[in-house]
Design a binder for this molecule. Structure first.
Ligand code: ADP
Ligand code: MG
Length: 787
């Protein structure tokens, strides 16, 4: 069926490409191929030796010759080895044929290898047919152990002594001569032809492989042996004929066994590289090995031996019919189909592939928005809010003391006790649940609940009666009026408690404490955003850490800005940490040129359409969704999951961002990708798995690059602020996407280096940034106040 369809493709192709007929070219010599239509001849063999061809591209030579002949418009689109053509003709719809074996005058094989294991080509996706040129196996001496004196004689007599050692043990060009040399040796030992003159056996080629094959047949073999020997002028006895037959059988069996060993090696390699326990595969065979009349090899073919050597592989041998001719047509048709498909995929993904110029533009726009956000007059119109945090310094490592911390707005609500000592930082913490009815109830109930949790924690930690300074990590957008004064601008992440927006959250906490009559037990000294907590906790380890970055559910960043540039806060001295709220970058339309149709579809289905536009290109909450929409588009175009229903792909959020992390692991076998997709009820074949991986890579690469462009604006601004030629700075990072994705951080760092070459940026992973960071902000505040 597959074959029919391909041939149909070719016929259709002929119909409308009349002017330029595609031509496939079977060329059974050793070539170095760099493309389907580019092949440099390494060396002639099998008696060919035309001058001025070795080292040249034979496709080009053929094309030039065609053009000169004016034989109509032919375009050479594919060159292939005869093994490849053979393989192509033996696929069935159920089991693909992925190995071909030719044993004729010479011998060779090819197989479909996962490209990631083929280090000589640049591509990293999918499979490629590898022509083994195994006839040369042993040319480095690897087979010396099994070479007999007869093989040495055959080699010495050949036109290419010392090379193609494996071929000379297997191919039909040589088997007759191997037998002949064995007979000479036996005659010299007086084990054969006693009394006969055997000089005739000294002539190369007097015994053919055809004769050898006929002699080993059990029916007429003995007669054939006698006829053959008599034709040479020998007078063989019955015993001579019998021994001759034994020698012939030994030589042919050895040839078959060696082929089988080679085949077994290929099958095991395929099985292992695909991580399969069992491999079911079609193997195409062609050449004299299939027998003169089409029956399989007289010695039982390599089949039995292969089963012994590679028992986990279930091999179905297929005899190829005009493999080379039809195979060439198929490769040509497949090449055309794949080229078509590639063009469509490239077209679809092109808007997601950013050029360096695109990224430079994003960097410049981010810089522009930062300046707007910092300016007193312009702040209201900036998409990047640039919120002052009243954190004026990073830790210097001398901070000491015991602190309480709250962490609200991450994945869990936690209360922590943090001891900052010379030995390091010790943390005790407890997670408390905030029930949905409280998250979405009244503000009073929410803050009452928080105070209850603090009291419970103090009792459990034996801290009752002690009044520790408290740092509050509150990861919602706030307008801060002081270190301990933060007005909630809007709730996010599923919170909607009433009567909180527009109020100071520290005041709300203090009022709750008053209601519970524990106001004396509470000493809130700082409210902190999670980016700031991250920067502070890494700053304790590394004093150069003056940037905080989050790439988790959402994305955001903060950094140390010069007070003189912060138009929204009085004072010119020193620095202040600015919470950029960069997730909203682009909400004013300045990034509209970057949004693809897929981004629009994702945005439309969120709870905040048109908002947090930058975040929606980058963070964990959205990447899986973007991929899902691209896959849907590929399905619609008929490129992916052809003829297969995939209703699950319609479900929102079914494609998790964590799948990108797994699918993109370097060197992950495509079967693992297949397993993930099968869990989603997507029956993907290998070609499709590889396409899905490409989509994931494109989306996560863009996310990392955009994040880098944003960071480049930040580090470049810091460098300019300080009037430095070179800036060394550390970024404290948190967030599961950054931490778990196999290439996000690498792509981010590479792109940043490219965009901001004058900044040496180090990345430091934050551990428990929200907890530790809040305590450290409190510590810096308290210690600062004391000194
Ligand atoms: P938060 O940002 O809420 O504090 P995290 O930093 O833990 O929480 O990020 C959680 C987000 O990370 C999830 O929403 C999910 O999109 C994403 N995520 C979870 N696991 C992985 C993973 N293995 N690889 C990439 N992203 C992940
Ligand atoms: Mg977090």
């Amino acid at each position: 069926m597959e074959k029919r369809r391909l041939r149909g493709d070719l016929i259709n192709a002929n119909k409308y490409v009349k002017e330029r007929l595609p031509l496939g070219f079977v060329f059974p010599f050793s070539c170095r191929q760099t493309r389907l239509d580019k092949a440099e001849l390494i060396s002639w063999s099998k008696g060919f030796s035309c001058s001025d061809v070795e080292g040249k591209d034979v496709v080009q030579l053929l094309q030039l010759a065609i053009n000169k002949q004016e034989v109509g418009e032919l375009e050479v689109v594919a060159l292939m080895n005869d093994t490849v053509g053979t393989m192509m003709t033996c696929s069935t719809r159920e089991i693909p044929c992925e190995v071909a074996l030719i044993v004729d005058k010479g011998t060779n094989s090819c197989f479909m290898a996962d490209v990631q294991h083929v280090q000589t080509v640049e591509e990293t996706r999918g499979r490629m047919c590898v022509n083994t040129e195994w006839g040369c196996f042993g040319d480095d001496g690897a087979l010396d152990d099994i070479l007999t004196p007869y093989d040495q004689h055959v080699d010495e007599e050949s036109s290419n002594p010392g090379v193609k050692r494996f071929e000379k043990l297997v191919g039909s060009l040589y088997l007759g001569d191997v037998v002949r040399h064995a007979l000479i040796a036996l005659a010299a030992e007086k084990a054969l032809f006693i009394g006969s003159n055997v000089t005739v056996l000294g002539t190369k080629g007097v015994l053919t492989t055809q004769q050898v094959v006929e002699i080993i047949s059990s029916k007429e073999g003995m007669t054939k042996a006698r006829m053959t020997l008599e034709a040479l002028g020998l007078r063989p006895s019955e015993r001579d004929c019998c021994r001759m037959q034994q020698v012939c059988r030994a030589v042919v069996s050895r040839s078959a066994a060696l082929c089988a060993a080679g085949l077994a090696a290929i099958l095991s390699l395929i099985r292992q590289s695909r991580g399969l326990e069992r491999l079911m595969i079609n193997v195409a065979v062609d050449g004299w090995i299939r027998g003169s009349r089409g029956e399989s090899h007289p010695s039982g073919m390599p089949h039995t031996v292969t089963r012994l050597l590679a028992p986990e592989c279930l091999v179905n041998l297929k005899l190829s019919e005009d493999g080379t001719g039809r195979g060439a047509a198929m490769v040509t048709a497949v090449a055309l189909r794949l080229a078509d498909q590639r063009r469509e995929v490239n077209q679809l993904l092109a808007p997601l592939r950013l050029t360096r110029a695109d990224l430079e533009r994003v960097q410049a726009l981010m810089r522009q928005e930062m300046d707007l956000g910092l300016g007193r007059e312009t702040n209201a119109n900036a998409s990047v809010r640039m919120l002052p945090t009243y954190v004026r310094g990073t830790p210097d490592g001398t901070e000491r003391g015991e602190f309480l911390a709250l962490d609200l707005g991450g994945t869990n609500f936690r209360v922590l006790a943090v001891r900052v000592a010379e030995k390091g930082i010790q943390i005790a913490s407890q997670i408390y649940v905030i029930p949905t009815n409280i998250m979405q109830g009244t503000g009073e109930a929410l803050f009452d609940h928080i105070v209850d949790c603090i009291m419970d924690f103090q009792m459990k930690q034996d801290l009752k009666g002690r009044v520790l300074p408290l740092g509050f990590t509150f990861s919602f957008p706030c307008k801060q009026l002081g270190l301990d004064k933060a007005v909630l601008l809007n709730w996010t992440k599923g919170f909607s408690a009433s009567d909180c927006v527009g109020k100071d959250v520290v005041q709300l906490l203090r009022e709750a404490a008053q209601r519970k009559q524990v106001e004396k037990a509470l000493n809130v000294v700082a409210v902190v955003n999670d980016t700031v907590g991250t920067m502070m906790s890494c700053g304790y380890e590394d004093p150069e850490c003056e940037i905080g970055l989050i790439v988790g559910t959402g994305t955001n960043a903060c950094y140390m800005e010069e007070m003189q540039n912060v138009g929204t806060v009085e004072g010119e001295q020193g620095r202040m940490c600015i919470n950029m709220e960069w997730g909203a970058f682009g909400d004013n339309g300045c990034l509209d040129h970057l949004f693809t149709e897929f981004d629009q579809m994702v945005d439309e289905k969120t709870i905040n359409p048109g908002k947090q536009r930058f975040e929606k290109l980058i963070s964990g909450m959205y990447l899986g969704e973007i991929v899902r929409h691209i896959l849907l588009a590929l399905v619609e175009k008929g490129i992916l999951f052809q003829d297969k229903a995939c209703p699950t792909l319609q479900n929102r959020d079914i494609f998790k961002t964590k799948f990108l992390s797994t699918i993109e692991i370097d060197g992950l076998a495509l079967t693992k990708v297949q397993a993930i997709l099968w869990d989603l009820e997507l029956q993907a074949n290998f070609e499709e798995c590889s396409l899905v991986r490409e989509v994931c890579q494109t989306v996560s690469l863009r996310a990392a690059q955009l994040c880098a462009a944003g960071l480049a604006a930040v580090v470049e601004k810091m460098r300019e602020n300080r009037g430095l030629g070179q800036l060394a700075v550390t970024v404290g990072v948190d967030g599961t996407l950054y931490k778990m994705h196999p290439c996000f951080s690498e792509h981010l760092q590479q792109t940043l280096q490219d965009l901001a070459p004058n900044c040496a940026v180090t990345f430091l992973l934050s551990e428990d940034g929200s907890g530790k960071g809040a305590a450290l902000v409190a510590a810096v505040a308290v210690c600062g106040a004391e000194s």
